[in-house]
Design a protein around this ligand. Sequence first.
Ligand code: G1P
Length: 298
Amino acid sequence: MRSKVTKAIFPVAGLGTRFLPATKSVPKEIMTLVDRPLVQYAIDEARAAGIKEFIFVTSRGKGALEDYFDNAPQLEQELRRKGKDELLDILRNTNMDSGEVAYMRQHKPLGLGHAVWCARRLIANEPFAVILPDDVIAADKPCLAQMVEAFEETQSNIVAAMEVPEDKASAYGVLDIKEDMGQIVSTKGMVEKPARGEAPSNLAVIGRYILTPTVLQKLNKKKAGAGGEIQLTDAIADAREEAGEEVYGFRFSGQRFDCGSKAGFLQATVAFALARDELREDLMNFLNDTVYAQKAAQ
Ligand code: G1P
């Protein structure tokens, strides 16, 4: 029987030090692109791909995330009283139904692989998705939905992939390509954060995965990898090497923003604002004027 993907893990335990001092009191995932927290983009993408259960792997200081998904009865009442139906709808769309969302604490920052492993009992024996909310992908058909379609065919591990400049490969998990079939590539290995000049290709893993439960078993080994952390990449590579499972790279269509970096976050902010009818014109004018003034001053 063909398996469906209905559960997704959102690792959100990171400290977000690159955004200090903001992240002293605000979880990085609550920081907003235009008017929606990063995590909302991830949730919407998961829903569009048919995900029904949302598992957040959190850590100390992430309380604001749990509150964000709660109902806000007082606020709703106020908006209703004022007849602000549009805002009411927006607000309601962020609510999670009871039982739809689970929070799991990662007690120690032992790496992405460890964060995913923390959710193992909630996944049990099914294929599951992993979404890293830092990687925001603007696409006509959301990235995870594209991958779920591919999974329906392959029924094996799929990781989102994108070509990166050679000198940037060491910041990513990198695929060792067996056969390049265009949108999909089969792999014969993958390396987390390869040393400069040692990357097997320039096809990097981006933060969307559809994985089999075998990967969770491989994470049981708690093997430390790059940076001394338990790496998800290593467990996926082990599922291929030791259990003979296929691991595919999937070149998604869409534009990816690295919202774990300030530059990426700003670029995403501009791109998402330009996509909004009510903001486009003013922002375009402002950007044009600013660029013009900057160039003139040079
Ligand atoms: C993580 C993964 C890495 C992947 C990257 C994509 O790294 O470990 O394999 O390429 O996300 O954003 P991080 O960015 O958390 O260091």
